[in-house]
Design a protein around this ligand. Structure first.
Ligand SMILES: Nc1nc2c(ncn2[C@@H]2O[C@H](COP(=O)(O)OP(=O)(O)O)[C@@H](O)[C@H]2O)c(=O)[nH]1
Ligand SMILES: [Mg+2]
Length: 461
């Protein structure tokens, strides 16, 4: 049950289903060690003596029949110095689903209960081993599909988001403390100079949270990925670039213009970013009804895409139709392909058409420039204007909502002060804002505030 620690001992298979080299059963709770002790065959009559945090090889047997189960490496983490804060036992055996199920079944028979999904982490949170944002980061890390996603989650797991929030919370707490004392003691009325100072403080705090909020657009991109379409005239090598970026021959490549009839897409990771790459039919006027449909699809793929990469080739003349296409389509990067065939003929004119957007010269055939293209794509997605510190990227919708709410409440508090309302009214909104920030990390802040308020009082007051 969320919000409440069961006093029970929980057990679960912690490795994925299926056969593997190794598999693990994990237990957490007061009876963990005694369950393990009963599973370990003890040849001598002396009780099993395990050192905390030390791995040891043990023979596991069926506690009823004494029949061999497996040889396992076991570790006992003595609470509170464990992931959950409770006694934790990890039994790493051979990765057979049958063996794992057997160990789990015996653990249940010996008094453990089946763990609910996420219950180990829930216990860690309730025992203050990590905050809510960190707990969520564990889930993100486990489900990450690209290195970039994983890195952001790993940073959040190390408490980076919480660390970013700390000074912002502190600023609000100080304002609350100040207003609480003016409310308490009528003689310490808020003077106009204070008002300026407090407004400034509020503005700085709002700006700090706003930066986190702004990073969410990128955070969402990192989480959900981007759709990127390769567009250009027939035969310039779009399908070849598509294959080169995917790292496999997914699309058919021929020397015949009009080979790609339909759009084709596939998932890939570009420098750690999840990208849905779309190959399209070359855009040209054609009488072939099938190709016409393909061209229509290319145009709608362009509309659907978050980013368009225009592809052209280095050696042919810059044709009118290409010039009008490049002026027409909203591309982010211009790729000049087939650089292996010789120097780019009309670089200045292409650069002019790119109008400041990156122009990357590559050969899909030899692979030249592909790394640079990847980097350019990465930059286009990651830094469209603002550069974000990786440690301050919000990836989670819940955090985003809480932060937006905190900003609203702080703005309200600022307006209250300016409209000459009493501090009590502003205080109310400050408390709300603090609670909203606390929502991100899942803490109860009331005790904190009370302690801080009293710590500013003189002795005897
Ligand atoms: N020399 C050279 N030929 C290429 C390169 N990329 C593609 N081609 C050739 O150009 C032709 C058209 O390629 P394709 O990828 O099907 O172009 P698309 O119609 O734009 O998809 C094929 O014969 C490819 O082998 C390249 O970088 N260098
Ligand atoms: Mg093609």
């Amino acid at each position: 049950m969320p919000g409440e620690i069961r006093q029970s001992t929980i057990a679960a298979i912690s490795t994925p289903p299926g056969h593997g080299a190794i598999g693990m059963v994990r237990l957490s709770g007061p009876a963990s060690l005694s369950v393990l002790t009963k599973l370990v065959r003890n040849s001598s009559s002396a009780p099993l003596e395990l050192q905390p945090n030390r791995a040891s090889v043990q023979i596991l047997t069926n506690p009823d029949s004494g029949l061999l189960i497996d040889e396992a490496v076991v570790i006992w983490f003595k609470g509170p110095h464990s992931f959950t804060g409770e006694d934790v036992v990890e039994i790493t055996c051979h990765g057979s689903p049958v063996v794992l199920a057997d160990i789990l079944r015996h653990s249940i028979n010996l008094g453990a209960e089946l763990a609910e999904p996420g219950e180990f982490t829930l216990r860690a949170f309730l025992n203050n081993r990590l905050d809510l944002a960190q707990a969520e980061a564990i889930n993100d890390l486990i489900h990450s599909q690209t290195t970039y996603q994983a890195r952001l989650a790993a940073r959040q797991l190390r408490g980076e988001l919480s660390r970013q929030l700390d000074p912002l919370k502190q600023a609000i707490i100080e304002l609350i403390v100040h207003f609480e004392s003016t409310v308490e003691f009528v003689e310490d009325d808020l003077d106009p100079l204070d008002l300026v100072q407090h407004s400034l403080r509020l503005d700085q705090t709002i700006a700090g949270i706003d930066r986190l909020v702004a990073s969410y657009q990128l955070g969402r991109t990192v989480r959900a990925g981007v759709k990127m379409a390769l567009v250009g005239l027939p035969n310039v090598g779009k399908s070849s670039v598509f294959n080169a970026l995917l790292g496999r021959d997914r699309a058919i490549v021929t020397s015949l213009p009009g080979t790609t009839r339909d759009t084709l897409d596939d998932e890939t990771s570009i420098n750690g970013l999840p990208v849905n790459l779309v190959d399209t039919a070359g855009i040209r006027d054609t009488v072939d009804p099938i190709e016409q449909l393909g061209v229509e699809r290319s145009r709608s793929a362009m509309t659907d895409a978050d980013f368009v990469i225009a592809v052209t080739e280095s050696t042919t003349e810059l044709r009118d139709e290409e010039r009008s296409l490049l002026s027409d389509i909203p591309f982010t990067i211009l790729v000049i392909n087939k650089c292996d065939l010789g120097p780019v003929q009309h670089l200045e004119r292409l650069a002019a058409l790119a109008a400041g957007r990156p122009v990357i010269t590559i050969s899909a055939l030899t692979g030249e420039g592909i790394d640079q293209l990847r980097e350019s794509i990465h930059q286009a997605v990651i830094h469209p204007g603002i550069r974000f510190d990786e440690s301050a990227i919000v990836t989670n919708e819940r955090h985003y909502q809480a932060l937006v709410m905190a900003i609203d409440q702080l703005k309200q508090a600022r307006d209250d002060l300016h409209s000459g309302f009493t501090e009590e009214i502003a205080l109310n909104n400050l408390h709300h804002a603090l609670r909203s920030l606390g929502v991100v990390t899942g803490e109860t802040l009331l005790g904190d505030i009370i302690n801080q308020i009293f710590s500013t009082f003189c002795i005897g007051k």
